[in-house]
Design a protein. Structure first.
Length: 180
């Protein structure tokens, strides 16, 4: 019974947090990122099969992307056209995955949207919600931000969807070698 409750709460949060991103891009965006990073490590041990988890996770991810695009539109962010383009790009990968079940599509259509959104929302937050100042800060460092996002996401998509390395197992094995 407790496992069913855990599964229900996590799935509820996977859809509730994206809806709240539109109102609180910085805090909720990062909370959603953390949840998406650990949800599989909670849901699968709680009894959800990977076969059921994957489509729910990818649909919830897509809801997050919709909320991010909506947020960029709502607040008239100056990078909104880039956000819209990355939304469409990743949506193609999402659709191909849902149609084929093959995770390699995520490597070919990487999720550059989420890290860009989180970086920009963070800059806006620390610029005291002054989007013009945030855009100026971002524009001066655009190449560094884009290079960092590209490198981070390509390794992430490769590890997750091509090499299929479970990071939890990887780090547990790594730390157990150092602790023994």
């Amino acid at each position: 019974m407790i496992n069913l409750l855990i599964i229900a709460v996590v799935i509820f949060l996977k859809f509730a947090l994206p809806a709240a991103i539109v109102f609180f891009p910085f805090g909720v965006g990062w909370a959603n990122f953390v949840l998406d990073s650990v949800d599989g490590d909670i849901l699968i041990p709680a009894g959800m099969s990977d076969q059921n988890y994957q489509p729910i996770d990818k649909i919830a991810d897509w809801c997050t992307y919709v909320a991010m695009a909506w947020c960029a539109w709502r607040f008239r962010w100056r990078i909104r056209k880039l956000i819209y383009g990355l939304f469409v790009f990743r949506s193609v990968g999402q659709a191909l995955f849902l149609l084929t079940g093959d995770g390699k599509w995520f490597f070919f259509f990487p999720n550059f949207l989420e890290p860009l959104f989180l970086i920009y929302a963070t800059v806006i937050f620390f610029k005291k919600r002054d989007e013009a100042a945030a855009f100026a800060f971002f524009a001066k460092r655009e190449i560094a931000f884009i290079a960092g996002i590209f490198l981070y996401k390509m390794q992430d998509e490769y590890i997750t969807h091509i090499a299929k390395i479970d990071r939890t197992d990887f780090f547990q094995d790594l730390f157990s070698k150092f602790l023994n």
